[in-house]
Design a protein around this ligand. Structure first.
Ligand code: NDP
Length: 279
């Protein structure tokens, strides 16, 4: 069988074109504050991608930069100011934070109604309990890609590799909410290949380059590669060894050009929903 490329860039462009139209009719253009601590080249790149996309759809962005040595308390105090600022609709803290920072404390300091990335306990709890909530951008982007292939996921076996707060856990919950039978794998999982090979939908979010190879793939599976890592020669690569799974997977997201653009598009969608109070 031929493996079909699930093009995240194409879908993200379509979504952003719809959002641009919608934003024209909002009470005001959404305003996103991006909190950026330190000077991580990958974070700089991601922030540039997000602000460019925001500008192109009519979302205002302000980058709030704090030095690498800022303490957890200083960042929290800064976020509290943004929480209280009525001109700001959404707040995004660019992750990862420097090692000395308590990331959970920083995330929890964001007002849940301004939590553009859907990462606070209140929003993640809403996802678990089925309440309308702001959903995390990367897993939501993955779900939208999967739904390009099949709208009804009821009864499908899904395996999520990775269990982070940012990607793995909310991804598994989203698939469970879509009536999939979900297994969650992680670094301590035994027989990973065998578990993955039962998946109709396989989402890998580990950052371990080439972890997912042909024996991990059920014939015709939908394979979503969230991972981002750098090869020795400086190229961006995913968790999936793409050449080895070709002809076995039914669908595969490329890296780059798969989940990344969809993460950005879902951030834009969250900002529109925040202004519309639709969550
Ligand atoms: P984390 O490092 O927080 O989590 C990685 C997860 O992978 C952990 O749960 C870990 O298990 C698991 N893991 C690590 N090694 C293995 C292994 N050998 N076998 C099975 N599981 C393993 O990363 P994130 O969740 O934040 O991100 C995951 C990847 O996705 C990264 O490459 C990141 O860059 C990328 N990413 C991409 C985005 C995009 O827009 N495309 C957005 C966000 C992230 P354990 O819990 O046991 O340690």
């Amino acid at each position: 069988m031929d493996t079909i490329r699930l093009d995240g860039r194409l879908l993200a462009n379509q979504i952003q074109a719809r959002l641009k139209e919608e934003i024209r009719y909002l009470s005001h253009p959404p305003h996103l504050a991006v909190v950026y601590i330190g000077d991580n080249p990958a974070s700089t790149l991601y922030i540039t991608m997000k602000t460019k996309a925001a500008e192109s759809v009519g979302i205002r962005t302000t980058i709030q930069k704090l030095p690498e040595h800022a303490s957890t308390e200083e960042i929290v105090r800064f976020i509290q100011i943004l929480n209280a600022d009525p001109s700001i609709d959404g707040i995004l803290v660019q992750l990862p934070l420097p090692k000395h920072i308590d990331t959970n404390a920083v995330i929890e300091s964001i007002l849940p109604s301004k939590d553009a990335d859907g990462l606070t306990s209140k929003n993640q709890g809403g996802l678990m309990t089925g309440h309308p909530t702001i959903l995390p951008c990367t897993p939501l982007g993955c779900l939208r890609l999967i739904q390009q292939v099949r709208t009804d996921l009821t009864g499908l076996n899904a395996v999520v590799v990775g269990r982070s707060r940012l990607v793995g856990r909310p991804m598994a919950q989203l698939l469970l909410n879509e009536n999939c039978t979900v297994a969650q794998a992680h670094s301590k999982t035994q027989n990973l290949a065998e578990i993955c090979s039962r998946a109709d939908i396989l989402v890998s979010a580990t950052g371990v380059q080439g972890l997912i190879k042909r024996p991990f793939i059920k014939e015709g599976a939908i394979v979503i590669d969230v991972g981002i890592s750098k090869t020795e020669d400086g190229r961006i690569a995913g968790d999936v060894d793409a050449s080895s799974v070709m002809g076995q997977a039914g669908w595969l997201t490329p890296v780059p050009g798969g989940v990344g653009p969809m993460t950005v598009a879902m951030l834009m969608a969250n900002m529109v929903n925040i202004v519309k109070h639709e969550f």
